[in-house]
Design a binder for this molecule. Structure first.
Ligand code: SF4
Length: 319
């Protein structure tokens, strides 16, 4: 079958800085033709029970093949070609939509922020593309949001005002949004999820400072990400939508949660912004983590509008 051209929003620039974070908290799915090779690698490296339910086993929230120095033992001892395809491909994310194959760098990579302008461009093959099919309404919504994000004057306040009705407050966000968002961090389920043994250590390190800082968010801070931090937050939002990294939620909800996560990471302090935002957009992929902030569509409506349905509804952003 002929491969469609791979589309991308921008040049795929990334350099792995070897933090090991991509091997935390994610059980890598194996293709059937990889199973024997990984089992043999495990025997030669002394790793027991390497595969569980068709995925590479995790141990205390990190891959069973990761060593104490956060290096992949398959890569270090047997060569990068022996790694599972998904590992070789990460952080390149590929998705096959209704019309095209899209590629991008997963913003959940903990070091993506550091190399997104400077790393050499990467060539990709479409061998690990996820499948994602949206209905016509979701496709229109995705396109409208991406147009808003690409607008020359796009900013975090302008996006949040497009997503949430209401007059702007002193910092340009819809009145009440900062207070409603800060209150979501009071849910004790968040701390419980971070303490869970299956939560990857990088994710825990990324989110914990946000949770600790949230104790002082009443009233919520007034500052917002600016300059390079704001540019990165908007880029992360584009990638979350374009790569359909949260395909089971409406695009407006994905954009809102991504941008509010960026605001939270900024409120936690400059040292926590980039790792906090990377951890945030990874954590949102766990339904229990998303639900700890917005348990259902009614809570999402309340977060966006301050009102409960049916008196208010989230408006589709205009292109
Ligand atoms: S197999 Fe290697 S690269 Fe893949 S998740 Fe495990 S440690 Fe990381």
């Amino acid at each position: 079958m002929e491969q469609p051209d791979i589309q991308a929003l921008s040049p795929l620039r990334h350099s792995c800085l070897g933090c090991g974070g991509s091997c935390h908290g994610v059980r890598v799915r194996l293709f059937p033709d990889e199973v024997a090779s990984i089992e043999n690698a495990a025997i030669s490296l002394g790793v027991s029970d390497p595969i569980v339910d068709g995925r590479v086993r995790q141990d205390a929230g990190q891959c069973a093949f990761l060593d104490a120095h956060q290096r992949c033992r398959i890569h270090a001892n047997l060569g990068s070609e022996r790694k599972p395809r998904i590992c070789k491909q990460y952080p390149i994310a590929l998705v096959r939509t209704e019309t095209e194959v899209r590629a991008g760098i997963d913003p959940g990579c903990y070091t993506a922020f550091q190399t997104w302008h400077t790393a050499p461009e990467i060539d990709v093959e479409a061998y690990g593309a996820a499948e994602s099919t949206f209905d016509a309404g979701a496709i229109r919504q995705e396109a409208a949001l991406l147009r808003l994000l690409h607008a020359p004057n796009a900013s975090i306040p302008s996006l949040l005002r497009a997503l949430c009705p209401g007059e702007p407050d002193a910092v340009g966000l819809p009145i009440g949004l900062r207070e409603r968002w800060a209150s979501r961090w009071e849910n004790p389920a968040i701390a419980a999820l971070l303490a869970d043994a299956h939560t990857g250590p990088s994710l825990r390190r990324g989110i914990q400072p946000l949770l600790a800082a949230s104790e002082s968010w009443s009233p919520p801070p007034v500052s917002l990400p600016a300059g390079e931090a704001e540019a990165w937050a908007l880029e992360v939002c584009k990638r979350m939508l374009y790569l359909r990294l949260l395909p089971n939620y409406p695009g407006q909800a994905v954009a809102l949660m991504t941008l509010l996560g960026a605001v939270s990471a900024h409120w936690a302090g400059p040292a926590h912004f980039a790792p906090g935002l990377a951890a945030w957009v990874r954590a949102l992929r766990a339904p229990a983590f998303w639900a700890a902030f917005v348990a259902d569509p009614h809570q999402m409506m309340w977060l966006a509008t301050g009102q409960s349905p049916p008196r208010a509804r989230i408006e589709s952003p205009e292109p």
